[in-house]
Design a protein around this ligand. Sequence first.
Ligand SMILES: Cc1cc2nc3c(=O)[nH]c(=O)nc-3n(C[C@H](O)[C@H](O)[C@H](O)COP(=O)(O)O)c2cc1C
Length: 372
Amino acid sequence: MSSSDPLFNPLTVGDLEVRNRVWMAPLTRCRSLLPGHVPWQLNAAYYRERATGGLLFSEATEIAQEGRGYPGVPGLFTDAQVAGWRKVTAAVHESGGLIACQLWHVGRASHQAFQPGGKDPVAPSAIAAKGDVHLPDGSKAKYPTPRALAADELPGIVATYRTAAENAKAAGFDAVELHGANGYLIDEFLRNGANHRTDEYGGSVENRCRFPLMVIDALIDVWGKERVGIRVSPLGSFNDMTDSDPLPLYSHFFGELQKRGIAFLEIVGAIHGDDIDEDLMAKIDAAGREQFNGTLILNGGYTGDSAREAIASGKCDAITFGTPFLANPDLPRRLREGAELNESNPNTWYTRGAEGYVDYPSLDGGPVPTSD
Ligand SMILES: Cc1cc2nc3c(=O)[nH]c(=O)nc-3n(C[C@H](O)[C@H](O)[C@H](O)COP(=O)(O)O)c2cc1C
């Protein structure tokens, strides 16, 4: 049924029928059960409350312990983690929602304290990110210099993504999103501030896209192209990321994604008030539209009205909301009714327990109705 409000027109994404265009962005919340990094009922309750979003993205989810860089984040490489995620996906499905898993390897944004055997984190090149890492004991340290991956190690990392994708299927997810944003492994290969390689995985735009596309191909093998997507943040500076010439890089990358026919591409713009070149960002978003025929999702600082405008003008097909969804479990209803929004409290973004997690009130104060 078509709606006069662009946010509430259903759309087909790959082979999924999605009921609206108010989607939940991936949000790390550090509340999995320790020591196994296992999702549990508390996480299921949080996602269930938000199931009226058209498509929910899970918080970034580690494909292996080597991919970990934050305390309390969930994984998808043990049987217990798969069983834990099943509780989450079942809760979302019972409420009529859909959920994609964001597959994550942090690359250099880690520390020996997270790594098996206290080894160095890995990255395309041995270049440390400027900034601090939050350690499991609550203290902070400078990001260490990572070890540059040898070319013959890369097929093994692709295989790890493949196994995680298989696990995502076993856990009942509806799709997978490759985390190619925010200064983690895939982004580190794409952008030449972090990738100084001189082999076939560095240098030219084609070479820098090679490893990310190998991973995409593995995800397609497991899921089929209709259920695979990727998130990128072409101008994001988080985790000390830069690129000398992003437009040709991403134009090429989007074209390669189109050749593979994946279902969706999510482009992150300015987040948390980042000062980015808006003209360049608009060109990259437009390149996404021109080069890629699947579902285009934009993210970063959208309100209900700016989201409506972006969709109505054809700039994109859907918007992912991060902090607004974090603080408003019934965000679709609030946007539909023009209701006021709860403010998100950054002090509880990454703490543990129910506070700041499942206690943001819905408009009625009770559970969020599932019919929205
Ligand atoms: C608490 C918090 C956790 C986040 N975790 C993730 C994550 O796991 N994966 C990711 O790609 N982006 C993550 N982000 C970025 C958001 O998905 C989103 O890009 C950002 O909040 C901007 O959207 P917004 O303006 O609608 O909030 C996170 C942001 C916040 C505030």
